[in-house]
Ligand binder design. Structure first.
Ligand SMILES: *[C@@H]1O[C@H](CO)[C@@H](O)[C@H](O)[C@H]1NC(C)=O
Ligand SMILES: *[C@@H]1O[C@H](CO)[C@@H](O)[C@H](O)[C@H]1NC(C)=O
Ligand SMILES: *[C@@H]1O[C@H](CO)[C@@H](O)[C@H](O)[C@H]1NC(C)=O
Ligand SMILES: *[C@@H]1O[C@H](CO)[C@@H](O)[C@H](O)[C@H]1NC(C)=O
Ligand SMILES: *[C@@H]1O[C@H](CO)[C@@H](O)[C@H](O)[C@H]1NC(C)=O
Ligand SMILES: *[C@@H]1O[C@H](CO)[C@@H](O)[C@H](O)[C@H]1NC(C)=O
Ligand SMILES: *[C@@H]1O[C@H](CO)[C@@H](O)[C@H](O)[C@H]1NC(C)=O
Ligand SMILES: *[C@@H]1O[C@H](CO)[C@@H](O)[C@H](O)[C@H]1NC(C)=O
Ligand SMILES: *[C@@H]1O[C@H](CO)[C@@H](O)[C@H](O)[C@H]1NC(C)=O
Ligand SMILES: *[C@@H]1O[C@H](CO)[C@@H](O)[C@H](O)[C@H]1NC(C)=O
Length: 475
């Protein structure tokens, strides 16, 4: 506030404003009345000036943001009346939007995601496995993606950081399960990050099933010509929009059976600015992009009589202090969310906090595809649609007394209890499971003496009518 501004104000020559006092201009003739009036005028002046400054700041912020010229969504007109690929009229598409804590999403402007939730469901979810146990998994991107792809935690897929140095491909991802079951099934991947296809899924690798994507649009972070890098990560914003454009074209023209769309800009804004307007702005852009995908899906639903399951989620939350970092096991880093365009969720989804590993078995169930028994025994997730028999397995080994507990969600049928003393699946072999019990599912508890199964390690399967769950225990 410059002193010169005060001259705009009709200064009374008898002013004894404190500011004048500070200048040493004390006026001896002032009445109390005048003094009051003057003080009031100065207060009004100060308020007006503060308002003007606020308006100027707002204008500057708006102009600067416009200059940054972010790729805003454009309305595309789709014509999806021509082609359809794949084996079924049931299709799945999942979107991982990187690094958005649930509390931030819940207060962000997201009209399109709200619309999808309105038709389907929204729920807080979690990542990171079970804290302090063998399944604890870092709240980091690549482990998060492969949690989703395989329906297992880090102790199985063996991806604990973004280097992805030694993933264990014995735990099959959804694309491989589809391809191995339906040779004509079509799969698509849309992502800046090349590692998603080449390392996490292991396209073309014999040990990863040598699968090939029918539609692939990725690796743009390596395309420095079309997407030159800048310190503000605007290139990631442009790449995301390019990924969206390719997704929309591919869904419209080809309608693959299963697709993965990965979008990164939100995580870059999170790392740079934490809990901030920039983050909310990035989520708003994301929402417009998701709106474009949703339009393309609607087009196929209407013109092809297809059924589409759309799942939108994130790979991790962020720290509570700044919102800039992640990787640990704090509540906020672990808390994520799931949006689906499907409203027929089961009582597991409704009454428990679902997790990222639940998404893969959910999609397989939607596609009416069976997960081979050997793989199903390893999956840590529970389908979020259709009936579920039991959840939350719990083991206690006291000497040779093994106590097994679970929560029953559907009383139909018994629960078969299987035990293996080996973990040969990990190295690509088959474990020898012994049936140790066939008990009423309503009991929610069973105790066994396992003296004759001498081992320091046990894998237990609880096999219900509609789903199975597994748990490990070591001596
Ligand atoms: C959509 O495609 C169909 C079949 O090729 C064509 O007949 C129709 O004119 C197209 N509509 C638009 C709006 O492009
Ligand atoms: C896959 O598609 C080819 C060509 O359309 C067809 O000949 C073959 O029978 C299909 N295979 C299966 C298992 O559906
Ligand atoms: C992978 O599959 C392709 C055909 O899709 C085949 O040509 C190639 O030899 C296979 N590679 C390996 C390592 O199995
Ligand atoms: C995405 O598509 C829109 C509409 O065709 C186009 O205007 C925009 O430039 C495209 N953006 C990118 C990054 O490809
Ligand atoms: C339909 O698929 C064929 C073969 O993949 C392709 O050549 C054609 O361009 C597609 N049509 C549209 C409208 O995308
Ligand atoms: C669920 O969605 C279906 C189809 O979109 C609709 O007919 C039904 O009314 C919805 N059910 C609920 C409980 O919203
Ligand atoms: C396991 O069972 C034993 C014996 O019943 C009990 O003392 C112990 O507290 C239990 N451990 C846990 C973690 O529940
Ligand atoms: C195991 O259970 C039996 C009876 O069910 C009990 O007598 C014994 O003390 C238990 N052993 C341990 C180590 O908990
Ligand atoms: C159990 O599942 C069956 C088959 O879907 C269903 O008919 C029944 O209502 C379910 N029971 C409960 C309690 O959810
Ligand atoms: C599997 O385990 C059972 C019970 O421990 C044993 O009798 C059987 O010989 C084992 N089979 C193989 C192939 O190892």
């Amino acid at each position: 506030m410059g002193q010169s501004n005060y001259q705009l104000f009709p200064i009374n020559s008898q002013s004894t404003d404190p500011l004048d006092d500070a200048d040493g201009n004390v006026d001896d003739y002032t009445t109390v009345n005048n003094r009051k009036k003057n003080i009031l005028r100065w207060i009004i002046l100060a308020v007006v000036l503060i308002l003007i400054i606020i308006v100027i700041i707002i204008i500057i912020v708006v102009v600067v943001n416009k200059k940054k010229s972010k790729e805003k969504a454009t309305i595309l007109v789709y014509n999806c009346s021509e082609n359809s690929t794949g084996i079924s009229n049931r299709k799945v598409l999942f979107i991982i939007a990187d690094g958005i804590p649930a509390d931030v999403l819940e207060r962000a402007p997201i009209p399109n995601m709200k619309k999808i939730q309105g038709i389907g469901k929204y729920k807080r979810a979690y990542v990171g496995g079970d804290v302090g146990t063998y399944s604890e998994t870092a709240t980091i991107s690549a482990p998060g993606y492969i949690n989703l792809l395989t329906g297992t935690w880090g102790n199985k897929h063996n991806v604990y950081d973004n280097k992805i140095s030694n993933p264990n491909y014995n735990y099959k991802n959804i694309f491989r399960l589809i391809k191995e079951q339906q040779i004509n099934g079509t799969i698509g991947i849309f992502s800046t990050w090349l590692d998603n296809r080449v390392k996490l899924i292991g396209e073309g690798l014999a040990q990863a099933g040598n699968i090939t994507f029918d539609f692939k649009f990725d690796g743009y972070e390596l395309d420095l010509k079309n997407f030159p890098h800048d310190s503000q990560s605007l290139y990631i914003n442009h790449i995301d929009q390019h990924v969206i454009n390719e997704t929309v074209k591919c869904i419209t023209n080809n309608g693959p059976d299963a697709s993965w769309v990965y979008l990164q800009y939100t995580d870059d804004m999170g790392h740079a600015y934490g809990d901030s307007l920039q983050m909310l702005d990035a989520i708003n852009i994301l929402d417009q992009q998701i709106g474009q995908i949703y339009e393309a899906i609607q087009c196929r639903i209407n013109q092809h009589k297809e059924e589409w399951l759309l799942v939108i989620t994130t790979d991790h939350g962020r720290d509570i202090h700044t919102g800039q970092s992640h990787g640990g096991q704090s509540e906020r880093e672990r808390t994520t969310w799931i949006i689906m365009n499907h409203n027929e969720t089961n009582n597991y989804f409704e009454n428990f906090q679902p997790s990222i590993v639940d998404i893969m078995p959910t999609m397989m169930r939607f596609l009416n595809m069976k997960i081979p028994l050997e793989s199903e025994r390893e999956i840590d997730g529970i389908p979020l649609i259709g009936p579920v028999s039991l959840v939350k397995p719990d083991l206690n080994l006291s000497g040779n007394n093994l106590t097994i507990k679970w929560k029953t969600l559907n009383k139909t049928g018994n629960v078969k209890i299987w035990l293996s003393t080996t973990n040969l699946f990990k190295i690509g072999l088959i474990d020898n499971y012994t049936l140790i019990g066939d008990v009423s599912i309503e009991n929610e508890i069973a105790t066994f003496n396992i003296e004759k199964y001498v081992s320091n390690f046990y894998k237990i399967i609880l096999d219900g009518e509609y789903n199975m769950v597994n748990k490990w225990i070591s001596r």
